[in-house]
Design a protein around this ligand. Structure first.
Ligand code: NAD
Ligand code: UD1
Length: 340
């Protein structure tokens, strides 16, 4: 298939591009580099042996997006492009709504105009909102979220569902990711957050490599086995494979809308993740226990049965794999991607 990958220079996009090329697909990236460094493209080329074609522009620009679709044929689009920092979305809600919704409007408009039938969209477990008891199933309603970022995912899901149901031949796959972590086993591409990481795994990795003093564990008085929150961490390589499985499924089926959780179905606590990372590094990663972080749920994990049954996809990598691969990436690239 000829696949356009929006946000293909980003964390999850870059891993998916490498797997798409390996699976024999013809891949084109569009990315504004709002949250990526151009040097990722050299790494993708080294890993794939291919100079993956790149269009560097902001897809909220409808004229440029229309021009791209008018110039090249595509069979499918995987739409990763978006802003993703929960805290930042509270400070800059309009920027989040504009970027994360306009990018979808612009892409879908061009896809419809040029008869491109398949769209895979990056959603998030954040659409399950404040539900108390995992596992989370795709048919839980209503979807809702507690941040502007999360609401952009909820709104995107509604928009895509409405468009697919109302139009002949346009299909969407909504993939709800749980907690993506890990890196390519080569250590050449990985997560490179800008500023102070909000998420657990990149924070631990930056402590381990000496960029930060210690991890603050956000609360150890939750009703869980060790008192710290449990999450469904999923290796980015498993996640990337889920996108390819979704693309293949869509090409063979006519259902307009499909929604699949991509998770492992298992919870891992903050302290368990810290121990696994310490094992990967070969020494203790320092930490201190602080207060709870507002908005955190004690326990969240997926019911991944639907993706298993329909796509034949399951996550296979362990928490130890996630830590070993993250550490390989972080220790080889202590400051993330170089500027040039
Ligand atoms: P990322 O920031 O590394 O990648 C997103 C890419 O999109 C970046 O390269 C950025 O430059 C690009 N981009 C942003 N806005 C753009 C625009 N208007 N036009 C063109 N390019 C644009 O993020 P990621 O972690 O790879 O996440 C990919 C997608 O998955 C996002 O939609 C994110 O919300 C979603 N998601 C991520 C997580 C996670 O924990 N990483 C969890 C659930 C869902
Ligand atoms: C967070 C966001 C969620 C978003 C997801 C992926 C919140 C409340 N939730 O999810 O909307 O979809 O990231 O971007 O922001 N932790 C620490 N110390 C740290 C960092 C994290 O103890 O320095 C703990 C957290 O309290 C949590 C766990 O580690 O219990 C995982 O945190 P994180 O990686 O931020 O993921 P989520 O909270 O699941």
């Amino acid at each position: 298939m000829r696949v356009l990958v929006s946000g293909g220079a980003g964390y999850i996009g870059s891993h998916t591009v490498v797997q798409l090329v390996a699976a024999g697909h013809d891949v084109v990236i569009v990315d504004s580099f709002a949250n990526a460094k151009p040097t990722v493209m050299n790494r993708i080329e080294a890993l794939t042996g291919t100079a993956v074609p790149l269009h560097s522009f902001d897809i909220t620009d409808r004229d440029k997006t229309e021009h791209l679709f008018a110039s090249e044929p595509f069979d499918a689009v995987i739409h990763f492009a978006g802003l993703k920092a929960v805290g930042e979305s509270m400070d800059k809600p309009l920027e989040y709504y504009e970027n994360n919704l306009d990018s979808t409007f612009s892409l879908v408009r061009a896809m419809r105009r040029h008869g491109v039938p398949n769209l895979v969209f990056s959603s998030s477990a954040t659409v399950y909102g404040d539900r108390s008891e995992p596992p989370y199933r795709e048919d839980f309603e209503p979807i809702e979220a507690t941040s502007p970022y999360g609401r952009t995912k909820v709104f995107n899901e509604h928009v895509l569902r409405d468009v697919a149901v109302g139009s002949d031949g346009f299909k969407v796959a909504i993939l709800r990711y749980f907690n993506p972590v890990g890196a390519h086993p080569s250590g050449m591409i990985g997560d490179d957050p800008s500023g102070i990481p909000n998420n657990l795994m990149p924070f631990i990795a930056q402590v381990a490599v000496g960029r930060r003093d210690r991890l603050t564990v956000h609360g150890d008085d939750y009703p869980t086995a060790d008192g710290t929150c449990e999450r469904d961490y999923i290796h980015v390589e498993d996640l990337a494979a889920g996108h390819i499985a979704a693309l293949h499924w869509m090409a063979a089926h006519d259902r307009p809308v499909s929604t699949w959780n991509l998770g492992t179905g298992k919870g891992t606590s903050v302290l368990e993740m810290l121990s696994a990372f310490s094992r990967a590094v070969g020494r203790e990663v320092p930490y201190a226990v602080g207060p709870r972080r507002p908005g955190d749920q004690p326990r969240t994990w997926a019911d991944p049965a639907l993706a298993r049954d329909e796509l034949g996809w399951t996550a296979v990598k362990t928490v130890d794999d996630m830590c070993v691969d993250t550490w390989r990436w972080q220790s080889a690239n202590p400051q993330g991607y170089p500027d040039a």
